[in-house]
Design a protein around this ligand. Structure first.
Ligand code: PLP
Length: 354
């Protein structure tokens, strides 16, 4: 705490990202990155952008990338917003759509950045408990609120809600914005993008960090009716007009255009996930059903924290959350087949020793 900090800075409770350790080479299954590289077209596009004029500011409207996203997702350009990662879009959305007073609602076990943003903007929030099997209880999101945020699939559980189930919630919350955070939607779920025309209060946020292997580049997208997108533009242009640099704009457009590569990497991740689940279940672990590029698992004999530490010792990093309800679970990102074989072997070995 410093006397120079503003009152706002004093009350912040910042997000703690997963480790990116430098001490040795780990099998990194802790931050839900894609194990495959981005499309080769991305690298070619970035190279071209580097050779172009970096003296000049990038396009503040991200027009070409918005057009590429609009084409890929069958929307109009004015229904697309681009941000520096979906985290930035979430941060802008909390400012753009939620007014202090009634609480913002999100699940109790969910992406921990939501409460950080609520805190940043002085917004009260209320968490809605998942049921015993970790399902998001859509009927518990009451309309006395400032707005709703739900990731689908949820993180860190990986549980998915079929997209048409959101209709009653969207109708009941017609006066508020409902944000569906689809960071992991490409690993087996169906996007709520098809609902946008029916619901002016729906904002769908996606990212290129996961299914397009571009966590290092920081590009996110939001889709909604035009006035929601305009709201986001107003907030963005009150912070920083140039949130994406020229390389990211060019690389992201190329990623969206390489559909075959995208489909193939998603298929590979899904196949490896299913294999991993089967192996873990054979070892007696229970695994929450996942449609994401990670799984939440619990071991029948070894407490999660201990297993986390033993795996780390063996050079395998996963994520442990010291948090009620999930403190006996580990979240394990899906790596390559070889990485997951090593992970399963390590769990087997640790189980045999302890
Ligand atoms: C549910 C969820 N939303 C959003 C993000 C942020 O993704 P990015 O800022 O890389 O687009 C993450 C990242 O892990 C996430 O798990």
């Amino acid at each position: 705490m410093s006397k120079y900090w503003s009152d706002l800075t004093k009350r912040l409770v910042p997000y703690v990202p997963g480790e990116q350790p430098k001490d040795k080479t780990y099998i990194k299954l802790n931050t839900n990155e894609n194990p495959y590289p981005p499309s080769p077209r991305v690298l070619a596009a970035i190279q071209q952008a580097v050779q172009a004029d970096l003296r000049l500011y990038p396009d503040p409207a991200c027009q070409e990338l918005r057009q590429a996203a609009a084409r890929r997702f069958g929307r109009s350009e004015r229904q697309v917003f681009i941000g520096n990662g979906s985290d930035e879009i979430l941060a802008f959305s909390f400012a753009a759509f939620f007014t202090p007073g009634a609480p913002v609602l999100f699940p109790d076990v969910t992406y921990s950045f939501y409460k950080v943003y609520a805190n940043l903007y002085g917004l009260p929030y209320e968490t809605i408990a998942l049921d015993e099997e970790f399902h998001v209880r859509l009927d518990a999101f009451h309309p006395e609120c400032a707005g709703v945020v739900i990731p689908n699939p949820n993180a860190p559980t990986g549980k998915y809600v079929p997209v048409d189930s959101f209709r009653p919630l969207l109708e009941e919350h017609a006066e508020h914005v409902v944000i569906l955070d689809e960071a992991y939607i490409d690993f087996g779920g169906e996007s709520a993008l098809k609902l946008i025309d029916d619901y002016p209060n729906l904002l769908v946020i996606q990212t290129l960090s996961k299914s397009r292997s571009l966590a290092g580049m920081r590009v996110g997208m939001a889709f909604g009716q035009e006035d929601l997108i305009e709201g986001l533009e107003r907030v963005k242009n009150s912070f920083n007009s140039y949130t994406l640099d020229r390389m990211a704009l060019a690389g992201a457009a190329a990623a969206l255009e390489d559909e075959d590569y995208f489909q193939e990497t998603c298929r590979n991740v899904i196949r490896t996930r299913e294999w991993t689940v089967k192996q873990l279940e054979e070892l007696g672990c229970s695994v929450i059903e996942s449609k994401a590029n990670f799984v939440m698992m619990t071991h029948p004999a070894i407490p999660a924290k201990r297993l986390f530490e033993e795996l780390r010792e063996q050079g395998i990093l996963v994520r442990y959350f010291a948090q009620p309800r999930i403190d006996n679970y580990l979240r394990v990102s899906i790596g390559t087949d070889e990485e997951m074989k090593q992970f399963v072997d390590a769990v087997r070995k640790i189980g045999g020793i302890i």
